[in-house]
Structures are given as structure tokens and as C-alpha cells.
Write a protein that binds this ligand. Structure first.
Ligand SMILES: [Mn+2]
Length: 319
């Protein structure tokens, strides 16, 4: 952790990078980090890879689309919640140009790609790690920063119900609740609110769930163009892998989504199967119970067969 703190203290202007396909953990954590940098008298800009889904606008809009260009002459690049360089995607040139980097993350498969790395695979969220980092640095938070960190942790723990929650996660959340923000509203906006279009899209996906291995593997196979059918941008498509994950009997939930340049794979494990290992076979990574990869196949059928076979092997390992 000290090497990361040293780099932060030396920096004058920080480029803060989310992972692509931004989720509330990476956004909340990056905003909190940028706000703390400014508290320390530094310049900080959050660069996102693509447009953030409109559902998450409540977290804030304190970011720059990388495509709009670099805002400052940064001397440090901070990657937060990114397991590997691929997650930085189009912003790799910014990372290379700055040539001085830190990596703060909680993915077990993190490749320690930066000049200084603070990776804690036991942390439930990047937000939990940042809380520990700020505490070590003696930084006083404010209501706004506390809300960002709470949002990050609340999201990555499924509202404190996934197995990644530890007593430390709960203590961190409890400390954050000492600040003044509407935590019930954060949870409602993250978990109990969706557009009618999203609900209808999910109904179509539910209708088409596929089953393998006696229903232990359930998959949804779709195309990011499905968003347009319901009047939404591709970034507004809800988290589809949760649909098969919630169905009785599912050990591994799979979502394969065709994109402009291949397929995006998302995996969830309800039992003991290690889906990080499955994702790594395809050059991706993540956590034992939640992982993902970008697939390079020339047809949906081939992608489906390869992924389902890998999932079956992961199931065989635990029986
Ligand atoms: Mn995360």
C-alpha cells in the first residue's frame, strides 16, 4: 500500500480510470478518489471508456469521455477496479503516455500491471479498499465522498448479501453511515428501480433462457442490439446474467452477448464452481463467483458451445 501512497503524494495531476462497461463500484470509487485528490490540492479528472448508463446518473456526472480528449497534463494514472490492462480498453494510450501508474483493485485475477499496485482480493469492492487507503493516509472524508464509497460497496455486494461480504465490509459500511447521506435511496436506486423498457427487455430474456447439465447451467444468449428494440442504448441494457442466476437449481449462470467486436461473456456461480477459472480460459478474469471475458468467435453457436463446455468442466471439478 505504501508504494501507492507515495505515488499519490508525489502527483500533481491525476487521471483516474474506470474499467470499461462502467458499474457503480468503479464509478463511485473513481469519483471518491478524484474528490480526495482535489482535497489534497491536486488536479484530478475521471476518464470513462464509454457512456455511463442513464440509470446510474444519480451517482454523479463528474467524468470525461476519453474520446473527448485529455484535459490536463497528468503525471499519474490511477486505475481503479480494473483487473487487467484490457479493462482500460481505449484509454491505454493515455496510460502509456503518462507512464506512471497505480492500480487499486479487488479482483483475484489482477495482473499487477501498474508501477505500484494495491490489490486486495478479499475486499468486496474497490470502494472498500479505498476506504482503508484513505484511513491509512489520514484523510477526512465528507458526506459526498462517503456516499460514493457506500454506493460502490453496496453495488458490488448485491446490497450486502453476496458471499464477498466480510465483517470488514460491514464495519466499513457502518463507518460510512456515520456521514449524512440517504443510504436507503442509494439502495433503492441500485436495486429496486428500473425503467419499464428494461423490465420488458428482461421479460424477453427470461422467455429464452437455455438449460444445460440438468438445469445446473442456465444461459441467456443475446445481442447488444436488443437494446434498440426497447428504445435504449447498449449501455442501458440491464445486467442480464442475474436473470438465470436467480432461477432455482442454477449452479452457473451464463450471459453471452454479441457486440460490435465479438462477444461479451458474463458468468455467475451460485455454488462451488469457480467461474473465474472459466473466464480465464477465454482471456478474461474476475472473482470465483462472478467473472467475465471478451470472446473472439465467428459465430454465436461456436461461442455458446465453447463456454458451455468450459462450464460443464468447472461443474465436474466440484462433483
Ligand atoms: Mn468492483
Amino acid at each position: 500500500m505504501q508504494a501507492v501512497i507515495d505515488k499519490i503524494m508525489e502527483a500533481k495531476s491525476v487521471a483516474v480510470l474506470t474499467h470499461l462497461n462502467e458499474d457503480p463500484d468503479t464509478i463511485g470509487s473513481c469519483f471518491a478518489f478524484a474528490k480526495v485528490m482535489r482535497k489534497l490540492g491536486k488536479e484530478a479528472t475521471v476518464y470513462v471508456n464509454g457512456r455511463i448508463e442513464s440509470r446510474l446518473a444519480f451517482i454523479g456526472d463528474d467524468y470525461v469521455l476519453y474520446q473527448e480528449g485529455m484535459k490536463h497534463n497528468h503525471d499519474l494514472c490511477a486505475c481503479i477496479d480494473c483487473g487487467d490492462l484490457g479493462r482500460i480498453a481505449e484509454r491505454k494510450s493515455l496510460f502509456e503516455e503518462i507512464n506512471n501508474s497505480i492500480n487499486i483493485d479487488h479482483h483475484l485475477t489482477n495482473t499487477n500491471f501498474a508501477d505500484a499496485n494495491y490489490v486486495d482480493g478479499k475486499a468486496a469492492a474497490a470502494g472498500e479498499i479505498l476506504y482503508a487507503l484513505f484511513e491509512k493516509m489520514g484523510i477526512e472524508l465528507d458526506n459526498d465522498i462517503a456516499k460514493d464509497l457506500y454506493t460502490a460497496i453496496c453495488s458490488d455486494t448485491g446490497c450486502f448479501k453476496y458471499s464477498n461480504v466480510t465483517s470488514k465490509t460491514m464495519r466499513t459500511a457502518a463507518n460510512l453511515l456515520e456521514y449524512d447521506f440517504d443510504h436507503a435511496e442509494v439502495a433503492r436506486l441500485l436495486f429496486d428501480s428500473e425503467s419499464l423498457a428494461a423490465a420488458k427487455l428482461k421479460a424477453e430474456i427470461t422467455e429464452n433462457i437455455k438449460e444445460y447439465a440438468d438445469g445446473k447451467i442456465k444461459a441467456v444468449i443475446t445481442d447488444e442490439k436488443i437494446g434498440a428494440k426497447y428504445g435504449m442504448g447498449k449501455e442501458d441494457i440491464p445486467n442480464l446474467v442475474d436473470i438465470p442466476r436467480r432461477i432455482e437449481g442454477t449452479e452457473i449462470a451464463v450471459c453471452i452477448k454479441r457486440t460490435n467486436n465479438g462477444f461479451r461473456l458474463n458468468l455467475r456461480s451460485n455454488g462451488k464452481a469457480d467461474v473465474a477459472e472459466v473466464a480465464m480460459k477465454f482471456g478474461g478474469g474476475g472473482h470465483i463467483k462472478a467473472a467475465g471475458a471478451t470472446l473472439d468467435f465467428d459465430s454465436t453457436e461456436k461461442a455458446e458451445r465453447a463456454v458451455i463446455d468450459a462450464c460443464k468442466r468447472a461443474l465436474d471439478k466440484i462433483i
